[in-house]
Design a protein around this ligand. Structure first.
Ligand code: ADP
Length: 636
């Protein structure tokens, strides 16, 4: 246990920022003063006291009050990270993990990855033995629990020690941190608008025209509308030089590069007004100082899962009243602010739901079920969920895992497949595909494919140069489909010496390819741990395709109607689906295909599509597909 005297040690100057911090442009005192202004700062002693005396302490405070960046530092300063133990701080989003850890490293005047580090899937920026404060996603912590259920790396207390009367109380302590948010005036549209994108752009320009200095935070939904808004505002700034110059417009969504992230948090240059156009990541996960105006579109991208069709989609949907209030609050951090809601007051009062539906109730549960199982929680139906998921979703998840051979008839993890699938930090279907590649002797190729499939896309979007883009793609296109095409791209990239020029010429995303190389490396290490070596199928793509089918047999479709872009039906649910225009099989229309994922806009589109021989389905999953006469019958 840390010396209790440390608690009183506040005067002793345990707060420090080393001189190296000033090299980043912030002076020692500025950063230190910023820290001291945060609401949690006043509670430092109380927090340390409670943590010392209670096994669990719950601290409640507004977004931006300093919980994430300060409390880990308080604990470290009080000696909780001594003796090789770590202080862990989890965040729901990868971007938040990266950004917050960079900030804390800066405040402490250390290099990120040393005393302060972070771990997200496929990216470990820590130094074991040196790192004391580690930021990580919830998912990574859960995975660590598989190997170390008691999280011994982070725990210090010996609670079973009855002889020790200073053992902490098992009653949780709750501390509420008062933050002084400033008032935010709310403005509504008088009439509903037909395009929130255009309305957002107009509102930003009019704020810039009429309102005093202060940064603007705009909530849109995703990369597409955010990039479009950035472009529209910048174009307008060129047209009306006198009005809109002085705007510094920045996008904020997951997948931004490090340097783009830094721009968001860098102080606004003199004479400029920063406009950050963000997804709902800036709603609770990230706090931008200097924001005085918020523009709220009233929408966000939300996950919706339909257990009947087994289709999960990210769709743009209205936010709840609770979200709208949280968004508005972002304007009142430094002084009184204004929030412009791009909807009417009547809509807010009458149409918006009070709270959002918990994500657990609108997600595919395959990942959660497998995680619980691997933590030894077998009675999932009786599990005490904070928000119970719909039983249909649970049944669907068990069904999928059973068909993959991950769960046995008693719904227990199979050995070794189930345990191995749980250990691979990817969707169970991909994990199963990787493990099957060992049997089909094509692990070398499959881990490349798995790495590419875990990227959003390896192509760069090609607005305006569609023809050139299509031609570039043709250079790599394989008759088998997208998966084999990716192997060609990867080969080209390696042969080019991992050249960014080569990527540029071929409309390939260089950063994504570097990530692919990285992920591939980690998957290869994981396979070695399972005692599997890398084997190549050389040019025998049939082996490869069988391994893919072993993971994705449930996503098989048959061509029903031939037209320019043929209509397919899924074998499982007879859903109408189409090949996505980004696929190399678009308009090729093989008779039988499997897909990696579906995206829905006006129709359901299959992304990452591969031609198959239907016999492979019964071979891969005889229990799932029984051949009846010449046709395949739907399973279950
Ligand atoms: P909470 O966890 O209570 O929501 P945080 O600890 O995340 O609060 O934020 C505290 C302060 O640290 C905020 O004022 C925020 O602007 C600042 N901050 C957080 N991350 C960064 C960053 N990457 N760069 C600059 N400032 C940051």
């Amino acid at each position: 246990r840390p010396r209790s005297s440390l608690i009183d040690d506040e005067e002793g100057g345990v707060l420090f920022v080393s001189a190296s911090a000033s090299s980043s442009g912030f002076g020692y005192s500025t950063l230190e003063r910023q820290r001291q202004r945060l609401p949690v700062f006043k509670y430092r002693t109380a927090i340390l006291y409670l943590v010392e005396n209670h096994a669990t302490t719950i601290i409640v405070g507004e977004t931006g009050s300093g919980k994430t960046t300060q409390i880990p530092q308080f604990l470290k300063e009080a000696g909780w990270a001594e003796g090789g133990r770590n202080i862990a701080c989890t965040q729901p989003r990868r971007l938040a993990v990266q950004s917050v850890s960079a900030r804390v490293a800066e405040e402490m005047g250390v290099k990120l990855g040393e005393e302060v580090g972070y771990t997200i899937r496929f990216e470990d920026v820590t130094n074991s033995g040196v790192t004391m404060i580690k930021f990580l996603t919830d998912g990574v912590l859960l995975r660590e629990m598989m190997d170390d259920p008691l999280l011994t790396k982070y725990r210090k207390r010996n609670q079973g020690d009855a002889a020790n009367d200073s053992a902490p109380s098992t009653v949780p302590a709750i501390l509420s941190v008062e933050g002084k948010g400033f008032t935010v005036e709310i403005y509504y549209l008088e009439e509903p608008c037909s395009s929130y994108l255009q309305a957002a752009v107009d509102t930003v320009l009019s704020i810039h025209d009429k309102e005093p200095v202060g940064d603007i935070l705009v909530f849109l939904t995703g990369q597409d509308d955010i990039d479009a808004a950035v472009q529209l505002i910048n174009e307008n700034a060129l047209d009306h030089r006198s009005h809109s110059s002085g705007l510094l417009v920045l996008p904020l969504y997951s997948g931004l590069s490090r340097s783009d992230q830094d721009l968001i948090f860098a102080p606004t240059p003199k004479g400029k007004r920063k406009v950050v156009i963000s997804t709902n990541i800036a709603e609770t996960s990230l706090t931008l100082d200097g924001v005085v105006y918020v523009v709220d579109s009233g929408f966000s991208k939300q996950r919706f899962y339909n257990p009947i069709t087994d289709i999960e989609n990210l769709v743009v949907a209205p936010i709840s009243k609770a979200s709208a209030r949280q968004r508005a609050g972002r304007a009142g951090r430094v002084r009184p602010g204004k929030c412009f809601r791009l909807y009417t007051e009547e809509y807010f009062m009458k149409e918006m739901s009070a709270e959002a539906i918990p994500e657990m109730q609108r997600s595919n549960l395959v990942g959660s079920v497998i995680q619980l199982k691997s933590l030894g929680i077998d009675n999932i139906l009786g599990f005490d969920w904070p928000a119970s998921p719909p039983p249909e979703s649970m049944v669907r998840a068990l069904e999928v895992l059973y068909s993959l051979g991950v769960l046995d008839e008693d719904a227990k993890l199979t050995s070794p497949t189930g345990f191995q699938v749980a250990e691979i930090p990817l969707d169970p279907m991909i994990s199963k595909m990787i493990l099957s590649a060992n049997t089909y002797e094509c692990t070398e190729e499959i881990i490349t494919i798995a790495a590419v499939l875990s990227m959003q896309s390896i192509w760069v979007s090609a607005r305006g140069v569609q023809k050139e883009f299509d031609e570039a793609k043709l250079r790599f296109a394989a008759a088998e489909g997208d998966h084999v095409t990716y192997l060609n791209v990867y080969k080209g990239f390696i042969q080019s010496g991992k050249s960014s020029q080569w990527c540029y010429k071929n409309y390939i995303n260089y950063h994504a390819m570097k990530k692919v190389v990285d992920i591939r490396e980690q998957l290869s290490k994981l396979l070695k741990r399972f005692g599997m070596s890398l084997k190549s199928c050389e040019r025998d793509t049939q082996k490869l395709r069988k391994a893919i089918v072993a993971g994705f047999f449930a996503n098989s479709c048959h061509l029903e109607a031939y037209s320019q872009n043929g209509m397919y039906k899924t074998i499982r649910h007879s859903q109408e689906v189409f090949i996505h225009p980004s696929s190399v099989l678009f308009r090729v229309n093989p008779k039988w295909v499997i897909y990696h994922s579906l995206v829905s806009t006006d129709k359901h589109y299959m992304r990452n599509v591969m031609a198959i021989d239907p016999d492979w389905l019964t071979e891969a999953a005889p229990h799932f597909y029984q051949r009846k006469r010449p046709n395949l019958s739907a399973p279950f």
